[in-house]
Design a protein around this ligand. Structure first.
Ligand code: SAM
Length: 226
């Protein structure tokens, strides 16, 4: 039922209650219930079509009494009496995930674990996690066909979190572990940036060229690890 991306996310989910924002088909909570990882779930969806599709799938698998599917924007679907152990937000761009956390995390009373899977640009997610004093426990890259997906797992810390700019950009766990897929992902990004740079040299402003040169040198620094 789940592809490698969502299966990896599932491996970080802890119960008893999962809040899955942007649930769409609701496959993640359904599979978490099937595998007895959780006892209950709340699904949040902002768009009517995916909301109905979540409801339909939940009913089809016989979980209507264990999954509450709610229509609403981000974490605003959470009610004061909800007890949440894990929040998952998957399949969206990094800036959207960051803005969902930024707008709603202070309204959650417990200390839920956070598991996010971003399709793009994870820097703003790490910035927000740090601002809410969440420490990053794990980071993983999953490659599906030609796409690299980053998964970030975080939990609330009692200590002040202070990541460096490099850690916020590339990920503190990624930088420490230097997994093969992480380095592959950076190599592909480097090639992409180098192609853009070559185009820019044909007529872009000096400022833009300098910005891209900086990106390229940051990527090379991590890849070459000097
Ligand atoms: N989470 C599933 C997955 O990873 O396969 C579905 C990902 S789907 C590409 C993204 C879903 O997030 C869409 O169904 C979209 O309607 C929903 N979404 C986008 N912004 C949202 C928000 N602010 N609040 C709740 N859902 C949102």
């Amino acid at each position: 039922m789940l592809d490698e991306r969502l299966n990896t996310v599932l491996s970080y989910v802890e119960g008893p209650t999962l809040l899955d924002i942007g649930s769409d088909h609701a496959y993640l909570p359904i599979q978490a219930l099937k595998k007895n990882i959780i006892k209950k779930a709340i699904c949040g969806e902002v768009v009517e079509g995916p909301y109905r599709s979540s409801k339909k799938n939940v009913a089809q698998y016989g979980y209507t009494n264990r999954v509450d599917v709610r229509l609403g924007d981000g974490l605003e679907v959470v009610e004061p009496t909800d007890q949440i152990d894990t929040i998952s937000i998957c399949g969206m761009g990094g800036p959207l995930i960051a803005s969902i956390l930024e707008k709603g995390l202070q309204t959650i009373n417990q200390r839920p674990k956070i598991v996010v899977q971003a399709n793009t640009y994870t820097y703003p997610i790490r910035k927000i996690l740090q601002a809410f004093n969440y420490t990053i426990l794990n980071e993983k890259v999953v490659k599906d066909k030609h796409h690299y997906y980053e998964i970030i797992v975080a939990e609330l810390s009692d200590e002040q979190i202070n990541y460096t700019e490099q850690e916020l950009k590339f990920g503190p766990v990624f930088l420490k572990r230097r997994d093969e897929l992480f380095i592959d992902m950076l190599r592909r990004e480097l090639e992409h940036q180098q192609r853009i740079e070559a185009q820019m040299r044909l007529g872009s402003s000096l400022d833009n060229i300098k910005q891209i040169e900086l990106k390229i040198s940051e990527l090379k620094e991590v890849i070459q690890h000097e």
